[in-house]
Every structure is written in C-alpha cells, then in structure tokens.
Design a binder for this molecule. Sequence first.
Ligand SMILES: [Fe+2]
Length: 301
Amino acid sequence: MSLEQYKDSSDYRKIYQQIENLGLVEHIKHLDEYGYAVIPPALVAPEAFQERLLRAGLRVHERRTGEKVPLDDIATTRLAKDGPGFGHGDVLSDDPMFQEAVMNPTVLALGKYLCGNRAVLSDMLFSIKQKDPTLTHPLHTDQHGTPPPLPPYSQVANVTWVHTEYTKENGPLAIVPKSHLKSRYPTLEEGDFLREDAPVKAIPVEAAAGSLIVWHGSTWHGAYPRESAGLRLGLIIVFTRVYMKQISDLRNTVPKEILDRHPVEFARLIGANSLYPLSDDKTTMREDNAYMMSAARNPWA
Ligand SMILES: [Fe+2]
C-alpha cells in the first residue's frame, strides 16, 4: 500500500486541479523531487498587494516594539536593537492583510498539496533579519516531534512569502536538496552547515522579492546569517495536517468578527475543522462523523 493509490481519489484530484489551474505543476515537481520550490511573484500576487502586505508587517513591528521602519529605508536601515532581528509570531489577527495572504489561492494550494484539503494554518510569523553573524537557525526540520522514520508525506508545510530579495549575502534560507527523502532529523553536528568541514552541504535559496518559497515538513533547512546592510523581511506561513497541534491556538483566539468577514473556508483554515476535540454541539455530530469516516480512508480528505 502506498500514497500513489490516493492519486485517483477525488480529494487528491481536487487539490491537483488547483495546482494545474494556478500554473504550479512544474514547481510541484521540483518540490516533490528536491523538497522545496520557489514560486515566482507573477504566480503569487500583484505588486500593489505585495506592498500592502509588507506594510502590514512593518506595522506589526511598530506596534510590538515601538520602532517605525519606513518602507523606503529597508535596504539600508539598522534596527535600534542589536542582534539578528525579530520573529513576530501569531500575526493573523493583527491585520486584515494577513488574512488575505493566507486566503491567497497560490498559498492555499501549496498548503493543501502538502497537508491535504483539511490543512490548517499553524502559525503566521513576520520575520525581520539584519546583519549579524549569529547562526540563528542551524539545519532542522519543521516536522517537530514526529518520531523517525519521518513519513514520506508532509505533516507540516512552510510557505514563506519573500518580501525582500533573497541572495547569499542577504541571509537567505539554507536548504539541503532531497533531504526530505532521508526520513530523519539532522544531528546536532550535521546542523552546523556553516562550518568549513560541515558534513552536510546546504545551498542558499535565491528568490526575487514577492516570491513564495515552499518546503516539505521533513526538508532539512536553516538560515544564512545576513552579511549585507538593511533588512530581510518575510512572512512565514506554516500549515499543518488537521490532526496535528497548531503552533498558535487560532481556533480559540481569532475573534468572531474576523471569522464573520470571511468565507467558511477561513474558519476551517484556523482550525475550526480540527478533527478533535469533537464539537460540543451535538447537532453537528453527524458532520463530525462523516468527516471522521472520510479521514479514516484518505489522508488527503
Ligand atoms: Fe524551520
């Protein structure tokens, strides 16, 4: 029995149809083969949307730290606080732009391709990185806590929205191509990919501003320290399979008025469709049961 048998199922075909409609087939092949893919800006969102989303991230930074970073200064500015930068977690409810970003068809299709139709948003984090020699992210996987051998399918998907160009000097993502096929975590020694004699070689993932970088939950990855002036900015969108625990408790923290502004798909995405715990409302038990029965048969349900 293998995952191939599900590729004829309506659940899987529904996802693949989206991949085809959005022009993502070649990128998905790369994702399957190498464990990651870069989706160019033209397949993601118009420029005006890209800028509005980035401005929303900078507003979060200002609200949480009191520091205003003008958009025009991001290529040269240095943060008031020394160190590698900030990761502002759980930003979904902070700005309607983040809610639009997670509903972006390309973002959603990638999340579902890796985590199934019932994929849930696990966290959304706005990342700011500046010049600093610290290795903040040695090689690791985002598949936290799954006992090895790691499954051949993804339980977690990382879709990172690149706001500023990723080059080797700009402190980009480091990836070990095909490492998702190893079915295990890197050891501590393997994690330090910057050492001269590093046992595992990583490559920098270069991407234009406005791209998405997507990777499999089992892919070994880290981050190069930023060597150049200015800021590297990105929005990290993490999906997970419906039976996994979300990083942020979105199901219980996203305000109702936000849910009311969006289609039902959004409520499902924040975990209102989590398999367990079952709903308290006994009248919905039939729906819960129907879903349990379909999820018991197909991992892409
Ligand atoms: Fe990671």
